[in-house]
Design a protein around this ligand. Structure first.
Ligand code: FAD
Ligand code: SF4
Ligand code: SF4
Length: 463
């Protein structure tokens, strides 16, 4: 008999007024007993609607049944067939719009906490795991993977498991992509990502860090060196600015730069000398996950006031509901239906104030969201000493501009065959944000997996 409680079994979290001063993980995860109790809420539906909401088709009712029975190892085996990085997806997947959005328990009450259960199983397995990975002994081909985000890591792991000799080229000094430079420690501890990277190395994958493909070496030079195929998983890390006066003042950052200084360059640790603003009042512009992360980091870095400025209403915010809720609990001030029009500086060229206007929502635009219009004469000033722009990103043009014959669309995203993820050059494949524009971790992982399958077939045909 299923557990018919209407809400999810609550999960333990750090107190808001404590956690907004530290970078330790906010959500503490389920205990065994809590996980088993939550797992009993699953009805084991025959038509499995939840699975259809998962981009990588995790067999959700099957793994949850194992959790309910206390067979956590069995649950892990089921998840890991479909999802190579459950420790990560269980934490950062937008479950509420994917698997959990389709859960029938959500019709009357809250859906089953699929993400929390996935995280529980993956964490349990990570704590138990002692085995070392057997290096595959295939006689595969040399393959280059460019970029070590979730797309590149998954592609490299899948290719190595099929016996290919994989080298990952990464521009930064640390592998992990947005998982290490963007998503903060309090949502995704870096130790989890570095464990996954270690497992990749145990599989025999070579990592070449501090290597910017397109500058240090080009894609065609890699092919001339003997790599038989290339996967481009370079993400979408090029920030977008508003184009308003004052954006070149000292104290204006893109969210990517600000988060990179804090996360990758360890700016949050007192013994690191990373240059960062010692701000009292910060304005973060945007309404997505990146804006929430930047605002919550600014609070933790000691800002007394952090304003989140967004031109639409809360309903229209693209950020995960959980992130919005956490940001509010931590004291972020939401300035909704508000748009910056100018950043004002002091005599030394440093940010002093941000001028904003009030907005109202008109008719829905082509994206289905109601388009905001400025209310005449509604401008006002906020005193701030830093402004962080979190308006979105696009793919960096470096690879496509240094690789002749590589097609991209109007938005700068690489054009690929939807099934094989092959680009306009048959030996070059691509996936993740470099193809879709800024999207999600699980979609990037799914693309890395699909591309590895297609590359394996291509390499066998070429032999
Ligand atoms: P990336 O993760 O961007 O990795 C690309 C890698 O390629 C980087 O390491 C980069 O340094 C490297 N690279 C780029 N160019 C070159 C080159 N020329 N040579 C060598 N290396 C190169 N998604 C979610 O699902 N949930 C979330 O909660 C979430 N939060 C986010 C928070 C932030 C702050 C950001 C920025 C994004 C967030 N996302 C989230 C989106 C998600 O992280 C991305 O969709 C995902 O990381 C894309 O993976 P990727 O492998 O395509 O690219
Ligand atoms: Fe849900 Fe993401 Fe896990 Fe799929 S991978 S089951 S969408 S949490
Ligand atoms: Fe269980 Fe919900 Fe999936 Fe049904 S839809 S099998 S209740 S998780």
């Amino acid at each position: 008999m299923a557990n018919m409680r209407l809400d999810k079994v609550p999960v333990r979290e750090q107190e808001p007024q404590l956690r907004n001063k530290n970078f330790s993980e906010v959500c503490l995860g389920y205990t065994k007993e809590e996980a088993m109790e939550e797992a009993e809420r699953c009805l084991g539906c025959k038509d499995r609607p939840c699975v259809m909401g998962c981009p990588v088709n995790v067999p959700i009712p099957d793994f949850i049944a194992k959790v309910a029975a206390g067979d956590f190892e069995g649950a892990y085996e089921i998840i890991s067939e479909a999802n190579a990085l459950p420790c990560i997806s269980g934490r950062v997947c937008p479950q509420e719009s994917q698997c959990e959005a389709r859960c029938v328990r959500g019709i009357k009450g809250e859906p089953v906490a699929i993400g929390r259960l996935e995280r529980f199983v993956a964490d349990w397995y990570r704590e138990q795991r002692h085995e070392t990975i057997q290096k595959p002994t295939g006689r595969g081909s040399r393959v280059a993977v460019i970029g070590s985000g979730p797309a590149g890591l998954t592609c490299a792991s899948e290719l190595a498991r099929r016996g290919h000799a994989v080298t990952v080229f990464e521009a930064f000094h640390m592998a992990g992509g947005v998982l290490v430079y963007g998503i903060p420690e309090f949502r995704l501890p870096k130790a989890i990502v570095s464990d996954e990277v270690k497992r990749l190395e145990e599989l025999g994958v070579e990592l070449r860090l501090n290597t910017v493909v397109g500058r240090t070496v080009t894609v065609d030079e890699l092919l001339e060196e003997g790599y038989r195929a290339v996967f481009v998983g370079t993400g979408a890390g090029l920030p977008i600015f508003m184009g308003i006066p004052g954006e070149s003042l000292a104290g204006v950052y893109s969210a990517n730069e600000y988060l990179t200084r804090i996360n990758l360059m360890k700016g949050y640790l007192p013994d690191y000398d990373t240059p960062l603003p010692d701000s009292k009042a910060v304005a973060v512009v945007g309404g997505g996950n990146v804006a929430m992360d930047a605002a919550r980091c600014a609070k933790r870095m000691g800002a007394q006031k952090v304003y989140l400025i967004y031109r639409r209403g809360e309903e229209e915010m693209p950020a995960r509901r959980e992130e919005i809720h956490h940001a509010k609990e931590e004291g972020i001030v939401f300035c909704l239906l508000t748009n910056p029009v100018e950043i004002l500086g002091d005599e030394k060229g440093r940010v002093r104030q941000i001028k904003c206007v009030r907005m109202e929502l008109g008719q829905p635009d082509e994206s289905g969201r109601r388009s905001p219009k400025a209310v005449e004469g509604s401008d006002f000033l906020l005193d701030v000493d830093a402004v962080i722009m979190a308006l979105g990103t696009s793919p960096n043009p470096l690879i496509r501009s240094t690789t002749p014959g590589l097609e991209a669309n109007r938005r700068g995203c690489l054009v690929v065959n939807e099934d094989t993820l092959a680009t306009s050059r048959e030996e070059i494949f691509a996936g993740g944000d470099a193809v879709t524009g800024a999207a999600t971790v699980i979609l990037a992982m799914g693309a890395g997996k699909r591309a590895a399958q297609a590359m394996d077939e291509y390499l066998k045909e070429m032999k």
